[in-house]
Design a protein around this ligand. Structure first.
Ligand SMILES: [Zn+2]
Length: 222
């Protein structure tokens, strides 16, 4: 039975795939393999014990281990796979963020949205992406949010840009029906009005199910 305050570390200790500390994991796996082969009844139970509990012998072990400082490599800058991965990821994110500032990359109609902390939403891969993570549950809702954010939706500004013979103005009387206008300025009686953040737009689309959506073709195509 193994008592641990980190199930992630426990998983990693028996993970033979490529990662920092793989040599230790392979050593653990080799030892365990021999031990398991001796008797079919051999098994290991991992028990999660939060270190904050300071539980008896586990508390003593935690204190001993956290006081033990082991330097890996001769210099602080020595590379490990995790460090190299982290550096590569941050480098890509920096490059992505700076490229995203270019309107020709972002798209001239791309809808800029603030996060609750007032910073503009920036590209990221964390948790499925800055925009996509908010709209995972419905493919139709996801399609409409893409149309809403990019402006590629059946609205006046889109018709104007692509010279489509449809009205450019809004039903409220505004000369141009852009996605910013529909979301933030239109005086039409939408069910929910003037969303501020990404989650508010999800609510706006939910309560106004036809906005930014293309009507289904009667033949079932498109
Ligand atoms: Zn309007």
């Amino acid at each position: 039975m193994v008592f641990t305050d980190s199930m992630g570390s426990a998983h990693r200790a028996v993970d033979p795939s490529i990662h920092s500390g793989q040599a230790f994991s392979l050593s653990v796996c080799r030892t365990l393999q021999e031990w398991f082969e001796v008797d079919d009844l051999h098994c290991i139970t991992f028990v999660y014990v939060p270190s904050a509990l300071r539980w008896d012998i586990h508390g003593e072990a935690h204190k001993y281990i956290t006081e033990l400082k082991v330097r890996v490599g001769r210099h602080k800058t020595d590379n490990s796979i995790d460090v190299l991965r982290s550096r590569a990821a941050h480098s890509v994110l920096d490059s992505w963020s700076s490229t995203f500032q270019d309107p020709t990359y972002q798209g001239s109609e791309f809808l800029e949205l603030q996060q609750p902390d007032r910073w503009l939403i920036q590209p990221s891969y964390f948790n499925g992406g800055s925009w996509l993570s908010t709209f995972r549950h419905s493919i139709t809702e996801f399609a409409r949010i893409c149309q809403c954010i990019t402006g590629d939706a059946p609205i006046g500004a889109y018709y104007c840009h692509f010279k489509i013979n449809e009205p450019h103005g809004c039903t409220c009387g505004a000369a141009l029906q852009s996605h910013q206008h529909v979301l933030f300025h239109c005086c039409n009686r939408y069910s929910v009005h003037y969303p501020r953040f990404l989650r508010d737009i999800a609510s706006f689309l939910k309560h106004n199910p036809t906005v930014f959506g293309f009507n289904r073709d009667s033949s079932g195509v498109g």
